[in-house]
Design a protein around this ligand. Structure first.
Ligand SMILES: Nc1ncnc2c1ncn2[C@@H]1O[C@H](COP(=O)(O)OP(=O)(O)OP(=O)(O)O)[C@@H](O)[C@H]1O
Ligand SMILES: [Mg+2]
Length: 489
């Protein structure tokens, strides 16, 4: 996908342009540069840039007016204010009016990269996410990157709940295993709320050290700690009027937890190292794949915060508990990756579908999405075959791993047997079924006997078969030979 950047700057335009290309080498960028504010607004309406850099020292228009005009054209655009005049207080004002961040020029290259990446990601997040029951509801022109889909009874309950809560300011806790769509759901709630013209910011509480997280969330004053060369605005200030997703909330430090509680109760906080109380108006959505109550019991999570957060709790079920959704998810992901890889995949073969429905999907929707993604990338035809899917996924479970889920056995055997089945000539008469069943039966019984010191009672129990059946199989496969101490108890 191509992303447009607009630089409104007379002096640093070309320099910023080359820095941008260095900062985002893995993105396809179109960079527009102008020093004229009117032309900039025209370019904003014709090219819909993801990010705009605006030089606060340009004559003719003040930063806040430019910002409001640009936001009127596209509320989701991330505007970064730049200044070389040394006056950062005006710049901070623009942040209160919805600018994404500010940079003092000439800027430190690491900070530049960090801010630019976040601005682009934030813009991508700000695209509206919709929830749908079926891919039939998608327009032909859409390919569904912004869609959260589900028609299983459990997801239908969640859609109903979103309808009720999206538009009030209730704090929401989303619980669910990794890959179940917690972040996507948070974006769906946001985009269906009346706050959807204001920013949505997501922050992963596990991804940074405690002190950094605190300053990231609440900002800091100049001199608050060794590297605090300048005052910085935190996410709660940035996001005024908007919605913040605190991902992996169980990892938040106790200090940040008490500050967060205060924000939730009174919508106020202080920057790190500051005394001024700052008022903010932010909706908080928290998500976790850990059990928060366990963290409370371990005394790493505040009980009062837990109660405050769990007012509205949404439990996103793992994919294995909503198998009805697998078909439409496959359909959606085939569309998404067909567009991304320039393919025309129409669907999956019956064998591939059967396999995809039987996989355990411990990594949930993310794992299914990745599996379809790699299959689409490598597929030759217009229908994904089982072979296309198996190329990338699932990883062959290591047979030495003690517990395999039932469906993992299935995946394992498919991979094991597929080349043998393929090698058969369509007219040939074979006895593969018998060979496989007998081999499997003999191996399981022999191993279980060995494991249980040849105790038949324990072996039958472990295998889940009766003792009569066990005796019968021992005879059938002549498993007695070589046994030294078979117990008859
Ligand atoms: N219902 C859905 N419809 C379409 N895509 C989905 C759905 N649920 C999840 N996805 C996709 O699956 C991937 C994982 O989703 P997401 O990042 O929201 O999961 P998560 O629960 O936040 O995971 P983690 O706990 O690992 O952060 C994303 O690419 C997302 O777009
Ligand atoms: Mg997540």
């Amino acid at each position: 996908m191509n992303y447009h950047f607009l630089i409104v700057d007379g002096r640093h335009g070309n320099d910023l342009s080359s820095k941008l290309r260095d900062a985002l080498p893995d993105y396809d960028l179109t960079i527009l540069v102008t020093a004229d504010c009117q032309e900039a607004l025209h370019l904003a309406s014709t090219h819909h840039p993801s990010v705009i850099f605006f030089d606060m020292c340009l004559p003719g228009i003040n930063g806040i007016d430019f910002l409001s005009a640009a936001k009127k054209i596209d509320h989701a655009v991330s505007v970064i204010m730049t200044t070389s005049c040394g006056n950062v207080s005006d710049t901070i004002e623009t942040i209160k009016h919805g600018a994404f961040d500010y940079l003092t020029m000439p800027t430190n290259i690491d900070l530049f990269k960090q801010v630019v990446r976040k601005a682009l990601e934030c813009n991508i997040l700000n695209r509206r996410i919709r929830y749908l029951h079926s891919t039939k509801d998608l327009d032909r022109s859409e390919h569904g990157e912004d869609v959260m889909i589900g028609s299983s009874p459990k997801m239908m309950e969640i859609w109903k709940l979103i309808g009720k809560i999206a538009d009030n300011d209730a704090t929401i806790l989303i619980e669910g295993e990794s890959g179940t769509g917690k972040e996507l759901l948070a974006k769906a709630i946001y985009s269906h709320s009346s706050r959807n013209t204001k920013p949505f910011l997501a922050i992963n509480c596990a991804a940074m050290p405690e002190a950094l997280l605190e300053s990231e969330l609440f900002g800091h004053e100049k001199g608050a700690f060794t590297d605090a060369h300048q005052r910085r605005i935190g996410k709660f200030e940035h996001c005024n009027g908007g919605t913040i997703l605190l991902d992996e909330i169980s990892e938040m430090s106790m200090i940040s937890q008490s500050k967060l509680l205060r924000v939730l109760e009174n919508q106020e906080f202080e920057r790190v190292g500051g005394n001024t109380t700052i008022k903010t108006n932010v909706r908080v959505i928290a998500s976790t794949n850990a059990n928060l109550m366990d963290a409370v019991l371990k005394k790493t999570f505040r009980l009062d915060l837990y109660h405050r957060l769990k007012g509205v709790t949404i439990n996103l079920p793992p994919l294995r508990e909503r198998p009805e959704d697998i078909t439409i998810l496959i359909d959606l992901f085939c569309r998404i990756f067909s567009v991304r890889y320039g393919k025309r995949i129409q669907g999956v073969s019956a064998r591939a579908s059967d396999y995809l429905h039987k996989c355990p999907w411990n990594g949930n929707i993310r794992e299914l999405k990745n599996a379809i993604g790699s299959a689409v990338a490598t597929a030759q035809g217009e229908i994904l075959r089982l072979e296309d899917i198996l190329q990338g996924k699932p990883e062959m479970p290591d047979p030495r791993m003690n517990v395999m889920e039932p469906n993992e056995y299935y995946a394992y055997f498919v991979k094991l047997l597929e080349p043998r089945v393929e090698a058969y000539h369509p007219d040939s008469i074979g006895n593969l079924y018998q060979q496989v069943c007998q081999g499997l039966e003999k191996a399981s019984i022999e191993l279980a006997l060995k494991k249980n010191g040849n105790n038949q009672v324990l072996t039958a129990k472990m295998l889940g078969i009766s003792r009569n059946t066990l005796r019968n199989r021992i005879d059938r496969y002549s498993l007695e030979q070589g046994s030294e101490q078979r117990s008859l108890t």
